[in-house]
Ligand binder design. Sequence first.
Ligand code: AMP
Length: 379
Amino acid sequence: MSFLSTGLSDIFLSALASQGYAEPTPIQLAAIPAVISGKDVMGVAQTGSGKTASYVLPILQGLLKESSAKHREPATLILVPTRELADQVQEVIREFSEKLPQRIHSIALYGGASVNAQMQALGKTDIVVATPGRLLDLLDKNALKLSSVSTLVLDEADKMLNLGFKEEVDKILSLLQKKRQNLLFSATLSPDLTAIQQVLLVDPVIIKIEFTEEESTINELGYFVTKERKGPLLRYLIKKSEHKQVLVFASSAKTVDSILNKLSKNGINAAQIHSQMSQGARRETLRSFKDGNLHVLVTTDLLARGIDIEFLPCVFNYELPRSPKDYIHRIGRTGRAGSPGEAITLIKMEELHHFRVIQKKNGKKIQMKHSDEMDLHGY
Ligand code: AMP
């Protein structure tokens, strides 16, 4: 299959080629023509399957086709759940729009960064990528209007419609013109998503890329371990595995901090990202990890959604996530775009029941290993 059949114009075909995208992923093959057709779309496909380009490319093509008159107000709004994902989506937009004959302006708006700088940069923006809270702040300050938005994207849509975001997202939606194209993308389905789809989408194209276990490139594995041996086991496995890079998930900023402390004391080149850090530090650390300058990054579910770290070979769950869906999102940071990955979960006996629930909900049985016999002395 080639991008030729998706309806993208030559200029995008050559941009794709220079980006090294030889052929479309299944979600791109289905979603690009659907978005070009102007219809509402709901796209569900596994993590790391190229969802971002599947809406960014046809949106850019649409903007390029419109009259050369610049938009005073944004024509496209992309809502995402985290600041890091906002940066990442904007980066994809920037990479592709750089290759176009006409500049398409985009901006990422999120909290933790200077409001004034964002207000100044808003000048003539075609595409706004935003987290809901900061967008509402800027709307309150009359820094932008959304009445010209004719395309709305909810990325990680199930998360955007969760309790924590629902009210803010509803408020934003009420400010958009009624006649618009709505695009919902997610790696996981949820009752919220099904409900909103019925309210928000008109006669949508629904794309669900089925995904079989055999196709998974992630090797999942669990280790039984006692509370006391968890830290040493993590360090032992990181050192023994020789993975080029490792992402470790824990459930709170406090645990992240203590894991990092011990890793550093063991001479492992590690850093952390969590919500208690400044946005500048978060951005710098993620950049450094993406550039391969860090061996281990320890984080919370903050980085579980959508974040793309090329060829990341291994994810650890130092602690279990609360929901089966979060488990899928966390391990989906590895094995992206068809590359192989390993996902290792450390399980205390009392967590076994919850881990079984996760496996059952995700329809997958995970091989368990015992760590009692392993000599963790010195780790
Ligand atoms: P996403 O799911 O949008 O975060 O994309 C996951 C990764 O796949 C990113 O690193 C993309 O650069 C890469 N990617 C997306 N589409 C393609 C494609 N058609 N061919 C090769 N790589 C791709």
